[in-house]
Design a protein around this ligand. Structure first.
Ligand SMILES: [Zn+2]
Length: 321
């Protein structure tokens, strides 16, 4: 939990947003959800320099009220925690934007029917939040029937890329993992609506839009009868990760495609007993720190690339946040 929060705190744009967030309205009533408030409190304390590591107890309790898996003290997967955290923040902040829109609409004397439509409308504009603006991308998912070749495609939003590792390699590059992700998988048990065959389909994911902040989850844990961890090392760049070869659009160079690394969540150990740490780069510098529970140490950039890398946080170098 601490490792994930340190990387979230180092996210350009997000930490500034949380530090300047006014969580109470003029009447003193809380205007944001409790996950947003608890995370904002932690980020403000970290930035004030008063605490090197703030207690995460209140944030965990707030998460536990939304997600059953965080109610006890059992160890949870950092990837799972990050997704739940981003989802909670997105939902709470989307809700706020909608209420604000409604209030503004009310002030302008817009009829109630339109306000109600705004609430019900699940279109992209009303489901945006600072979270989806920062981390949200889009890919086209195409299913192709292995029997008749019939294809069906749909566009899906993503908040991170969860990339597989090559099965039998002691070392691979991040680009190879992303390539495997794009090429997709074979879906067994899928029934074709065209030829009714249940021989399955191949799935391909074409990345159409990349976000200002790109989170990459390396799928180290896999199940072949029992859960295991792939300990192979993935070589990922600290600077100039070029995603344009993986973008399935003609305007790849006009959108976010070059990234610098600013955070890594590491997983050490096995499936059953593991330990998480984080590497974070101080904003606008090349200085890296290692966060290991309550200990913080400066580290060279070279030590950031290790076989423990599990969640990678990249920010676009062409973004101005
Ligand atoms: Zn078919």
């Amino acid at each position: 939990m601490n490792a994930v929060v340190q990387c979230v705190n180092s996210t350009p744009g997000l930490s500034e947003f949380l530090v300047h967030l006014d969580c109470t309205s003029y009447s003193g009533e809380p205007t944001h959800g409790e996950t947003v408030q608890e995370l904002a409190a932690i980020v403000k304390a970290l930035w004030s320099g008063r605490h090197k590591s703030e207690s995460l107890h209140d944030l965990k309790n707030a998460m536990g009220r939304r997600h059953a898996c965080f109610r006890d003290s059992a160890q949870q997967d950092a990837h799972e925690f990050l997704l739940c955290l981003l989802n909670s923040l997105h939902e709470e902040l989307t809700d706020v934007s909608r209420k604000q829109m409604l209030r503004e609409q009310d002030n302008d004397g817009v009829p109630d029917s339109r306000a109600i439509k705004l609430l019900q409308d699940d279109s992209q504009s009303s489901s945006q939040s600072p979270i989806s603006n920062l981390f949200g991308g889009q890919y086209k998912s195409t299913l192709r029937c292995v029997s008749c070749g019939n294809q069906s495609a749909k566009f899906e939003a993503f908040s991170h890329l969860s990339v597989p590792m090559p099965a039998r390699a002691s070392q691979c590059s991040l680009h190879e993992c992303i390539q495997l992700f794009v090429e997709g998988d074979t879906i067994s048990g899928w029934t074709c609506p065209e030829c009714q065959s249940s021989d399955g389909a191949t799935k391909r994911l074409d990345i159409r839009r990349l976000p200002p902040v790109l989170i990459i989850h390396i799928q180290r844990f896999y199940n072949d009868g029992a859960w295991k961890k792939n300990q192979s090392s993935v070589l990922f760049p600290l600077k100039n990760l070029d995603m344009s070869p993986h973008l399935a659009t003609e305007d790849a160079h006009q959108q976010h495609h070059r990234y610098h690394l600013y955070g890594v969540v590491n997983h050490y150990g096995s499936m059953d007993s593991g330990h998480y740490t984080a590497f974070c780069r101080a904003p606008n510098t090349d200085r890296w720190h290692k966060y290991d529970d309550h200990q913080v140490h400066e580290r060279s950039g070279g030590s950031v690339q290790s076989s423990a890398g599990y969640l990678l946080f990249y920010s676009a170098i062409d973004q101005r946040l």
